[in-house]
Structure formats: structure tokens, C-alpha cells
Design a protein around this ligand. Sequence first.
Ligand SMILES: [Zn+2]
Ligand SMILES: [Zn+2]
Length: 354
Amino acid sequence: MKAAIFRGAGHIEVTEVPTPEPMPGEVLVRVHYCGICGTDLEAYQTGMYEPGLVIGHEFAGEIVALGEGVQGWAIGERVTIDNALPCGRCWFCRQGRPSLCQELLSPGITLDGGMAEYVRLPVSLLHRLPQGVSTRQGALVEPLTIALHGVRSSALKPGDWALVLGAGPIGLLTLQCALLAGARQVLVVEVNPKRAAIARELGASYVLHPQRDNLAVEVAARTDGLGPDVVYVCTGAAPAFESALGLVRRGGQVFVLGLCPEPVPTDFMSVVLSELDIRGGYLGHGAFPAALDYLAQGRVRVDPLISHEIALEDVVEQGFEQMLRPDTEAIKVLVRIGGERSVKRKTGNGKRKT
Ligand SMILES: [Zn+2]
Ligand SMILES: [Zn+2]
């Protein structure tokens, strides 16, 4: 089968590798769509994944084979994949904080992932796609769970003002989740006009430009002079981290979902004097059922986020390299691998037949 293999910083190779066989308790999934995530870009730039890894942790497809002992799943079922496999035994797992698991495994990050024609996966990672949710949309469920987990873990209450810094995929999903959680208004700060337009389309009350607008003045003017109750940092851009503490209401919360690889100077004086709360959110484990419901009910829209659909062979040039260009128009780039087409349902002993 064809797979995108991580070879090191700046080096991803699409090549033929042996098709995996599902182990006991696993299924083989034929991947339809796999998204490129900011984390993958980060790894492409810094080399943080292990060489030899099949990348891709935002994907959906269909089950084509069942490993020994697998029950409750059938060939032909359409699934999306949780990218966190917590151990369930460590202190954090026992405290109900699986994203902090000390032995966390993760397809596409520590285990072979979904930017390949096939991937073998333990059944505990599978989530059925409801009727009406395509595998194309299914590839965006993982980022949606991150936004949803973030908003649910944040201090946001119904009637609160929220501010989202950065309207990339996570920002656009956080905007929608904050509205669903009852935010009275969500303001967005975004530099790219295309992303700004989508933020407006998805319900942002105002979209401000970080350089052209005086953020402190504009944000205060739209929040009764108080500032937003929660500021979600959904970008890796250092200036956003710096401005968040100055924009949030006194006593409010800065909730960080973006990955900024560099240390950022932080005004801890205002953390103290304004009694601010700073929190991070990582992974969306546990939020999959709700995320799938929202999608099935049309309460969250993911299609406007898909800016490009490319072939697996083109993942480096049209995917990674394109997303790294400063003038990129990319929001979510999806790699179309198997496509969604009807499958013959097979029954039998669970041996792979494709
Ligand atoms: Zn991701
Ligand atoms: Zn654990």
C-alpha cells in the first residue's frame, strides 16, 4: 500500500510499504480522507516524530477486516478515529485526565497513522460515523473534539463574551463550540481575509485585524468596556499569546489551544493584579460522541474549513510546503486517499479480503 512516511525534519516520503494485518482486538481501516494538522507541520519543521512513522491523525474511512476476537464491529462500517489511546491505569487516567496519560499512545504521532491506504487500529479508538456524516467530514472530527474539549474545559458560561485569537481550523471550530455553549457573542481576531470571511459566516460577531485595528480599544468597546470573559488562543503566533493577557476581562480566563514552539514573554504582573486564569487544553478524548452528534445535527459546520483536497502523492508539495508559505490560502488541507464509495459488505471469518 501507499503511505506517507516521516523520515525526519523536512522529509516526508510517499512510498510503498507492506499493508498491515490487524492484530487480535484490532481492525483494518481503509482510509478515505486524512487531514494535515498543525502538529504535523510542526513535526515537519522540527523533526519531532520518530523516523519511519506513518503520519496522519485526523482521518476517517471504512472497516475492511477484523482481527481475532473483535466483536460489535462489521466490515463496511464507516468510522472516525480517536487519536488518544490512554493506558487507563496511570494516576492521570485514574483522575479522569486521559489526555495527561503517562503512557499515551496516539496513531499518527506514536503509532502508525492514517495518511496511508490502510491502517490497523485497536477497536477502542473507533467511533461510528452517524448517517449523514461523510468520511470527508469525519476527517475533521478529531480537530472538532479538541475545540469542544477546550470550550467545555474553559470557564465559559452562557451569556459570556468570548474572543478567539486565530481563525484557523481550531479557531473556527472553537468559535462554533463557544456559540453552542451559550456565548452571547464571539469576537475573532484574524489577519487572513479568507479566514476572516469564514469566521463571519460561522457566526463571529466581529472579526478584527491584529495590526489594522487597535485591539484593546475595539475589544473593550464591544464588551461593555470589560473585555471578554474567556480568550481562546487558537494560533501558534507569539503576538497572540502576548496580547491575550491584555485583552481578557479582569478575573477572566485565557484558554490556550494553539501550539507556540517558542517561549513567549508573559506579563505575570497582570496575572496577579487582574487575578487571571491561564489554562491549556490538549486532545479531545471523551468529546467524540458529542462532536459526532453536533455534526449529524448540522449544529457545527466543518465543510467551510476544507480549503484543499489533494492526492496522497502530492502531500509534500501541495500539502506541507503549501501550508508553510506565508501567503498560504490553506485552512484545512485534506488528503483524499480511498474516497467514499459503496462497499460490498462481507461477512465471514474476519480475514482481510481486499
Ligand atoms: Zn491534530
Ligand atoms: Zn494513563
